[in-house]
Design a protein around this ligand. Structure first.
Ligand code: DC
Length: 223
């Protein structure tokens, strides 16, 4: 396959909407690279914690960013990220990172840098990328765009069933109201409300959506 025929599937949605699970399962079944763009913003937030930097202080964050070595790659079909050679691993999902990631993600320079790295993934192969602005900003020209939603109540219940505390509503409010690349339904995106669906149903609905959006595959169904 030539580089030019690589395509991107954009999956956006609020926190705990189920988009990561859907993206992971679709990517595996369709043989696409799975890129978790939230992990990239989380990695920068984690670096501010490691370096004792106030995430609300843009100047300090930018000075840190200048000296940060951010290495994005792929292992076993999934995106990876190293900060100054270290894999933050599970620390990316800790409360302290949840608390500050939206502030870091609202800084335009952070977004310019990460969006460039997100687009570079398309040189490696066709992919599914999940996030908040993938269909609107990162890959606005892709025909494959899904927005996965769920009620706030359901999203909070999902996080607590995973044994995780998360400031889901606070993050959504901050991610939706920021000036640059806010969480939004991209032009051309199909919305799937997953509130009343189990994960298998959401994955199937997402797959059928991609077929409707013109994706060519020999599969009739995802399972
Ligand atoms: O998908 P996630 O919950 O792991 O994302 C963590 C945070 O990163 C989210 O609260 C907002 C930010 N983010 C973003 O601004 N743009 C993206 N494309 C992905 C995540």
């Amino acid at each position: 396959m030539s580089k030019n025929s690589y395509f991107a599937v954009a999956i956006d949605g609020p926190a705990a909407s189920g988009k990561s699970t859907v993206a992971r399962r679709l990517a595996k079944r369709l043989g696409l690279i799975m890129v978790n763009s939230g992990a990239m913003y989380r990695a920068i937030a984690w670096a501010t914690l490691e370096q004792g930097i106030d995430a609300q202080n843009t100047a300090e964050v930018l000075t840190m960013l200048d000296q940060l070595e951010i290495t994005c790659g792929v292992a076993d079909g999934t995106s990876t990220i190293l900060i100054n050679g270290t894999d933050p691993g599970g620390a990316l999902r800790e409360d302290a990172v949840n608390e500050r990631v939206s502030a870091v993600a609202a800084i335009p320079e952070v977004r310019y840098l990460l969006v460039e790295k997100q687009r570079e993934y398309l040189q490696l192969g066709s992919l599914i990328m999940e996030g908040r602005d993938i269909g609107s900003v990162v890959f606005p020209d892709t025909p494959y765009k899904i927005y996965i939603d769920a009620s706030e109540e359901v999203r909070l219940a999902r996080r607590s069933a995973e044994g995780l505390k998360d400031v889901v509503s606070k993050r959504d409010a901050e991610d939706s109201k920021r000036k640059i690349s806010p969480l939004m339904i991209a032009d051309g995106a199909t919305v799937i409300d997953s509130s009343e669906m189990n994960i298998d149903e959401v994955v199937e609905a997402a797959f059928q959506t991609l077929l409707e959006q013109g994706m060519k595959t020999n599969l009739q169904s995802i399972e």
